[in-house]
Design a binder for this molecule. Structure first.
Ligand code: CTP
Length: 399
């Protein structure tokens, strides 16, 4: 059972950490909650103790014979601080140790994840920026706050990401078993979901892509320290620490991906982009007729446009769902597509006998990753999170 320390600092988002605790214990983690005194002003010790099944204290002076200020950090497989306030970030950056949580942060040698939550002004203050930079330079995974509603009527950057998404990120870091932030300082763009091509204000043509593989890629990149932009036409919740740009059609995805790609080190096109769209999008609802004739026109090929516009050293990754036929195997088709598209890596899914690519809708995926350098990496049926890490291993090796 992985041992997780959940540090909770004194911000209103402490109430969301209760749900994070719940998510982690439900998925089989042994969680020790270490709140600060200020956190206990928001959510009391009995709540943390009841849900974690362990005694809870903010102080180094309880159960001193067990030396908790050293033991808790030493024994942890991962420490996650959520919410991390501006004050907690400052204390951690400067190595202060005046309560149980700050002592724990000094003794932990495992991966440390901090999810800051505060008002936008505090997040943007030069003092906080410097503290975050210091923590990141020491290998702490500081998750970018979400944009949205803050404590009062105001909104902006500074929200704690949703607990379910934080729990997923924690599991991702634990599954990788490494605190190596090999994508730190890198900016990556990922696309996800199936595009929707509108016929009229009510109807669209779409496909079965859920967006799960693209979301997993975005999450895995966050877990490795990257700055991540996700251009998505999927309805899945935003992964923690990711800037999400919502789009609908292939044309919108094209515009957003190309704009974001300009300053990116890597771009991964995991989206299922429609090759065609109705030539005309009616302004009013189409009425029923005996037959339906719709003219289609080609959508831009985003991957091809990315390759054409690619900057020095940028890595471009495509996906392809293929079947074998009389002329070529799945891999031969994949190789030909890789050459045609001109990208660095192509993740090839075989479309199964049922007609479904392994990838669609499920939580697992199997693939072969082809490299422009001739490399072939076979990935057996694994979770989409695990496949995402294989893709980033290959990207990181090429950056
Ligand atoms: N793709 C894209 N823009 C499109 C269509 C596809 O960027 N208009 C990307 C997909 O995101 C994927 C890759 O190209 O990463 C391969 O998609 P696929 O549909 O297999 O490519 P096609 O060129 O349409 O090949 P095929 O003729 O086999 O459909």
């Amino acid at each position: 059972m992985p041992r997780v320390v959940l540090g909770v600092a004194g911000g209103i988002a402490a109430y969301k950490a209760v749900e994070l605790l719940r998510q982690l214990t439900e998925t089989g983690h042994d969680v020790t909650v270490v709140p600060t005194d200020a956190a206990l002003a928001f959510v009391g010790a009995p709540t943390w103790a009841a849900l974690s099944g362990k005694p809870v204290s903010a102080s180094t002076w309880d159960r001193v014979h067990e030396v908790p200020h050293v033991r808790i950090g030493q024994e942890a497989d991962l420490v996650v601080v959520a919410p991390a306030t501006a004050n907690l970030l400052a204390k951690a950056a400067h190595g202060l140790a005046d309560d149980l949580l700050t002592n724990t942060l000094l003794t932990a040698r495992c991966p440390v994840v901090m999810a800051p939550a505060m008002h936008t002004e505090m997040w943007e203050h030069p003092a906080t920026r410097a503290n975050v930079a210091t923590l990141r330079s020491r290998g702490v995974l500081v998750v970018e706050p979400a944009v949205g509603r803050l404590t009062g009527k105001d909104s902006g950057k500074g929200r704690l990401p949703e607990p379910e998404e934080l729990a997923h990120l924690v599991r991702q870091v634990l599954a990788r078993g490494s605190a190596d932030l090999d994508l730190a300082g890198r900016r990556v763009v990922v696309s996800s979901g199936g595009t929707r091509e509108h016929l009229d204000p009510v109807r669209y043509l779409g496909n079965r892509s859920s967006g799960r593989q693209g979301h997993a890629l975005a999450r895995a990149a966050v877990a490795r320290g990257a700055e991540v932009v996700l251009v998505s036409s999927s309805g899945l919740p935003d992964p923690a620490g990711v800037k999400v740009l919502k789009v609908t059609s292939a044309q919108e995805m094209h515009d957003a991906v190309l704009a974001e790609a300009r300053s990116a080190d890597a771009v991964v096109m995991a989206a299922a982009v429609a090759d065609y769209r109705p030539a005309e999008r009616l302004a009013v609802k189409r009425k029923k007729t005996d037959t339906l004739d719709v003219e289609f026109v080609q959508n831009p090929d985003i991957l091809a446009a990315l390759v054409a516009a690619r900057g020095q050293g940028q890595i471009v990754v495509g996906f392809a769902a293929e079947t074998g036929d009389d002329h070529a195997t799945v891999i031969e088709h994949g190789r030909a597509k890789l050459a045609r598209k001109g990208c660095d890596l192509l993740v090839v899914n075989e479309v199964g006998e049922s007609g479904h690519p392994t990838g669609f809708e499920g939580t697992h995926n199997a693939a072969t990753v082809l490299g422009a350098d001739g490399s072939t990496t076979d990935v057996p049926l694994v979770t989409k999170d695990a496949l995402a890490d294989v893709v980033w291993d290959l990207v990181a090796a090429r950056l």
